[in-house]
Design a protein around this ligand. Structure first.
Ligand SMILES: C[S@@+](CC[C@H](N)C(=O)[O-])C[C@H]1O[C@@H](n2cnc3c(N)ncnc32)[C@H](O)[C@@H]1O
Length: 224
């Protein structure tokens, strides 16, 4: 992994960045947040709803959504070609899922065209987080749920340590993984104050900004 990708979190995902995330982190990240996604996103969607998953990566969350709710029409938007190929494989045969090239500034969805928008672990990579969140909300119809999850820069040490312990890596590597996670990932992410300020400027109502309990993640949830 190049040093630039470590110190500038907006650097586009290279294959090694994508490989590392998908093989080491993605399952743990999915598992600590699915209960919140169920409560704050899936339960608010009517049957047949059209939803965006922005920064879908290798499709770990997209596949979970399609399995939980096969009635939904899920559009996975992802800039990195290696990730899109993974997402295609992960969602093959599951519900109605399409995977397309795009990013938060090029969603390929007109204003007020979708019934819900989700983005997990991607906002820290966006070049302009406030602009990106506004774009995500704008693509939604009035009343549609929006849910963004991300590593919390202000996460508790014990939550970060427990999260890293879920990685399928030898225990001897965990201190290095933890230092890397706290410094380069959480360290360049947003904290609860920034999340509240982003949510306030994004045109959302019924906003909840909170930690995801027992994890080093936070969520921004609300309705357009
Ligand atoms: C940490 S991964 C999360 C993947 C997936 N959402 C998950 O939770 O498993 C972040 C993803 O965001 C993508 N990404 C980077 N910049 C982005 C942007 N400007 N807009 C949308 N997605 C972006 C990356 O390519 C990467 O696949």
């Amino acid at each position: 992994m190049s040093l630039r990708a470590l110190v500038d979190i907006t650097t586009p995902y290279s294959w090694i960045h994508a490989w590392t995330y998908e093989n080491i982190v993605a399952d743990a990240a999915r598992d600590v947040q699915v209960d919140e996604l169920e409560a704050r996103f899936l339960r608010r969607l009517a049957p047949g709803a059209r939803v965006l998953d922005v920064g879908a990566g290798g499709g770990r969350i997209t596949a979970w959504v399609a399995e939980r709710r096969p009635d939904l029409r899920v559009e996975a938007v992802e800039p990195a070609a290696t990730q899109r190929a993974r997402a295609e494989r992960a969602t093959r045969g599951l519900g109605t899922v399409s995977v397309r090239e795009g990013d938060v500034d090029h969603l390929g969805a007109p204003e007020a065209s979708v019934d819900g928008a989700l983005s997990c672990g991607a906002i820290k990579h966006w070049p302009d987080r406030a602009r990106g969140l506004r774009a995500l909300v704008r693509a939604c119809k009035p009343g549609a749920p929006v849910c963004v999850t991300e590593v919390d820069r202000s996460c508790r040490f014990d939550d970060a340590r427990a999260f890293v312990a879920r990685f399928p890596t030898p225990a001897v590597l965990r201190p290095v993984m933890l230092a890397n996670f706290r410094t380069f990932v959480a360290g360049q992410s947003l904290d609860l104050d920034e999340a509240r300020s982003l949510a306030a400027g994004a045109g959302l109502r019924e906003v909840v900004v909170d930690r995801i309990p027992g994890s080093p993640l936070l969520l921004i949830a609300g309705l357009r």
